[in-house]
Design a protein around this ligand. Sequence first.
Ligand SMILES: Nc1ncnc2c1ncn2[C@@H]1O[C@H](COP(=O)(O)OP(=O)(O)OP(=O)(O)O)[C@@H](O)[C@H]1O
Length: 260
Amino acid sequence: MALLEVQDIVIRFGGVTAVAGVSFEVEERQICGLIGPNGAGKTTTFNCISGIYRPNSGAVRFAGRDITGEPKHRMTGFGIGRTFQNLALFRSMTVRENVLAGAHSSGHTGFVASAFGLPQVRREAADAAAHARELLALLNLERVADAPVAALPFGWQKRVEMARALISRPKLLLLDEPAGGLNHGEVDELAVLLGEIRRNFELSILLVEHHMSLVMRVSDKVVALDFGKKIADGTPHEVRSDPEVIRAYLGGGDEHADAA
Ligand SMILES: Nc1ncnc2c1ncn2[C@@H]1O[C@H](COP(=O)(O)OP(=O)(O)OP(=O)(O)O)[C@@H](O)[C@H]1O
């Protein structure tokens, strides 16, 4: 059984069908890239998996459980973490505080236990602090752990967001354009980092990404969309040489046509 099963989802906005019956699967410990020209339906599909949109029809199953239309605040509890294209950090808080904020949304103790500072709450806080230290080391953020996020370069802020998503120990990490706004060297570092994250945390990653060489380098499989439909699903090599994918990129005059 696949970890994530997207089954025939349809998403309409008024008269626009943004996603017109897309199905694909992500296996455990697999890195899956979701690509397609502008307007292909990638972000809409991604937002449907992460609980921002409810599909008009079709289903999303995660670890065997139907999570179709579940609200976004429940996703962390199911084991799904995500990052945002335009970052969603608390800018005046420190790096460490931002990362720990991700742990609070996954805590299992209730309001009363928290209010009275019961032992289980203290244990969870200590666990979270230790895990935060581990993540800050992995993501090379130890040196800036106590600096406010706003003071950091954009590429570093993106790593903070990744650490925040990872602290809840997700089984699936959804990354929305992780390479967006990064320079060449940072994209190279990101490729290495994604491999390390998968190895260290034994999780799956689904990434929406325009940076074609990154997708092709890190993904085990690639799903390509065009006009809301899936046009290819296979290894990076298969998808890169798929005639429909080449046509979609060249036909659309997309800036990344050369990379397809
Ligand atoms: N909230 C919305 N209301 C109306 N139409 C929308 C909305 N969101 C997306 N669309 C439309 O749905 C289609 C798919 O958009 P989507 O953003 O999912 O594509 P994308 O592949 O992520 O594109 P890009 O790479 O440019 O971000 C487009 O035609 C878009 O204009």
